[in-house]
Write a protein that binds this ligand. Structure first.
Ligand SMILES: NC(=O)C1=CN([C@@H]2O[C@H](COP(=O)(O)OP(=O)(O)OC[C@H]3O[C@@H](n4cnc5c(N)ncnc54)[C@H](OP(=O)(O)O)[C@@H]3O)[C@@H](O)[C@H]2O)C=CC1
Ligand SMILES: CC(=O)N[C@@H](CCC(=O)OP(=O)(O)O)C(=O)O
Length: 345
């Protein structure tokens, strides 16, 4: 059994990890931290885990995480970089759901996140945890930088097109919407029920921290300079993400060829569903499931291709993806514990 520790077990991605790992056949939950809820049984805070998780939260300084085989950090940016060096030295694998190791250029990271990196020696070693694009590296990794939720949709939607060289890499547009759980479990005016429900707004339009992460990853797949306009929106639902991606076609390529490009790219990928041409994927078809669905459109058969992408921000966009990485790192079948079907309605 893989002994698992979770730092930040009370947040949304933390409890989503607990939901997935409590029924994972190869996992023994060993330590779950919270600074605020030290000593509280996990199931008292989350009754949905009654009878499934018998641990209590521990303050981070009261628990020896080196007894674990792998530690997930479901914490704000800046926490994993403090603790990862000692854990890795003790032979513990680390999966960070935050951004500490996602961006290879330290200066860009520090400018984007406005924090100094305290473990820059580990940035090169970290593997970006997007299995569909990095599977072999993830298998051999000790330190995973789990992707951001928006970047997962943008990369899986744009990369087949960039690899095939059929679009203008300098003219990518991503119009994305996220449910409110994407902002985490915290008291903040903008995500109060009365503010976020029955309301709809864009945010971060002049610059969002997921743009540099996404551009750097997309750039790996083309020699042309990538330029991306990314506009996130907050939608009044709890879970779910919908990204509408726009790309300008530069080659004479038919709709059938474009559809085949995506079907070939993802034919061996259990957690990406390429829907029939012209479909309208719905967020609820991914709710609670480690699944990303996409579909292609080409209005008036013109030179603009639209890729619609949906996922559950907490599953394929965060905790499910992290478990997918863990499975690969420990030589398990990639889908172990991740094969449940989305809730509908
Ligand atoms: N929500 C989402 O859809 C996604 C989130 N992410 C990323 O995953 C990470 C976690 O997000 P989310 O679960 O939403 O966040 P939450 O705000 O819901 O939870 C944060 C957790 O971290 C703990 N924590 C906070 N500060 C510290 C600290 N200094 N040391 C140790 N533990 C700490 C908190 O518990 P306590 O204060 O009791 O210690 C809490 O359990 C973030 O980096 C986020 O950006 C990535 C993709 C999607
Ligand atoms: C709705 C909402 O607020 N979403 C978050 C993104 C969540 C995410 O992917 O997180 P990290 O990159 O921080 O890990 C945001 O835009 O800041």
């Amino acid at each position: 059994m893989i002994k698992v520790g979770i730092v930040g077990g009370t947040g949304y991605t933390g409890v989503e990890l607990l939901r997935l790992l409590a029924v994972h056949p190869q996992v023994q939950l060993t330590a779950i931290t919270s600074r605020k809820e030290d000593g509280l049984p996990v199931a008292d805070m989350y009754p949905s885990l009654r009878g499934r998780v018998n641990l209590a939260f521990s303050a981070p300084d009261k628990v020896d995480l080196t007894q674990c085989d792998v530690v997930f950090f479901a914490t704000p940016h800046g926490v994993a970089m403090e603790q990862a060096p000692a854990l890795l030295k003790a032979g513990v694998k680390v999966i960070d759901l935050a951004a500490d190791f996602r961006i290879k250029d330290q200066a860009v990271f520090e400018k984007t996140y406005k924090i100094a990196h305290t473990a820059p020696q580990l940035i090169d070693e970290a593997v970006y945890g997007l299995p569909e694009l990095n599977r072999e590296d993830i298998k051999g990794a000790n330190l995973i930088a789990n992707p951001g939720c928006y970047p997962t949709t943008m990369q899986l939607g744009f990369v087949p097109l960039l690899k095939a060289g059929v679009i203008d890499a300098g003219n990518l547009i991503a119009d994305c919407k996220s449910g409110v759980s994407g902002a985490g479990r915290k008291a903040e005016i903008g995500i109060l029920f009365s503010e976020a429900s029955d309301n709809f707004k864009a945010y971060g339009v002049s610059g969002h921290r997921h743009t540099p992460e996404t551009v750097a990853q997309l750039q790996r797949f083309t020699s042309d300079k990538v330029r991306l306009i990314f506009t996130p929106h907050l939608v009044p639902m709890i879970r779910g993400m919908h990204s509408t991606l726009y790309a300008r076609l530069t080659k004479d390529v038919s709709n059938e060829e474009l559809q085949k490009l995506f079907e070939d790219a993802y034919k061996d990928q259990p957690f990406v569903d390429v829907m029939p041409w012209g479909s309208h994927p719905e967020t609820r078809t991914t709710r609670g499931a480690n699944m990303l669905r996409l579909a292609l459109h080409r209005p008036d058969n013109g030179d603009t291709l639209i890729v619609l992408v949906v996922q559950d921000n907490l599953v394929k966009g965060a905790s499910g993806q992290a478990v997918q990485c863990m499975n690969l790192m420990f030589g398990l079948d990639e889908g172990t514990g991740l094969n449940n079907i989305a809730l509908l309605p």
